[in-house]
Design a protein around this ligand. Structure first.
Ligand code: CMP
Length: 162
């Protein structure tokens, strides 16, 4: 099966709560592969693009000002079915209702302050990755644990970036 990518943002509340290491650790332990990582303050244009589907929502301006109030940490993770796998680990939007064991379920209480963003489809992932990462900020490499995370022939990696 082909390996795909997903985009993650640890939001300002996740940074302030000191959860960067915890979040990275959960994705690493799962067997996902980190292929991009950066800290940045998202600007107005990036946020308009990122949240274009929420432009008409009443929380759009509050969401944008929250997301630009502090730096965030952006990541790209790779694996078979990376988008749904990461969404399971992240949990549902509202922290109070998110399943125990998920990131929001274990650490979140809020709807806006929900610690982390995860792409909702492969198309969204590629669109979001392009908003934050340049081509030379994404990496292709052989992960030594892949031979035990997946069975032989199970995962098709694109290690040359072709
Ligand atoms: P996420 O799903 O990552 O992307 C959209 C974000 O909008 C969502 O996380 C929340 O942070 C925020 N959000 C969604 N619904 C509401 C709401 N009703 N009020 C405030 N913020 C919201």
């Amino acid at each position: 099966m082909k390996v795909t990518r997903t985009a993650i943002l640890v939001k300002p509340d996740g940074l302030q709560r000191g959860l960067i290491g915890e979040i990275i650790s959960r994705f690493e332990r799962k067997g996902l592969k980190l292929v991009g990582l950066k800290m940045l303050r998202m600007d107005d244009q990036q946020l308009d693009q990122w949240y274009s589907e929420h432009r008409e929502k009443n929380f759009f301006h509050d969401l944008k000002s929250f997301m630009s109030s502090m730096p965030i940490v952006a990541m790209v993770w790779e694996g078979i079915d990376a988008v749904p796998v990461v969404r399971l680990l992240v949990g549902t939007t509202l922290g109070r209702e998110a399943e125990g064991g998920s990131i929001r379920g274990d650490f979140g209480m809020s709807q806006q302050m929900n610690l982390i963003h995860a792409s909702s489809s492969n198309e969204d992932a590629e669109r979001e990755i392009d908003i934050v990462f340049g081509k030379n900020e994404l990496f292709h490499y052989h992960g030594v644990t892949e031979a035990v995370v997946y069975a032989e022939g199970e995962a098709e990696f694109d290690e040359n970036g072709d």
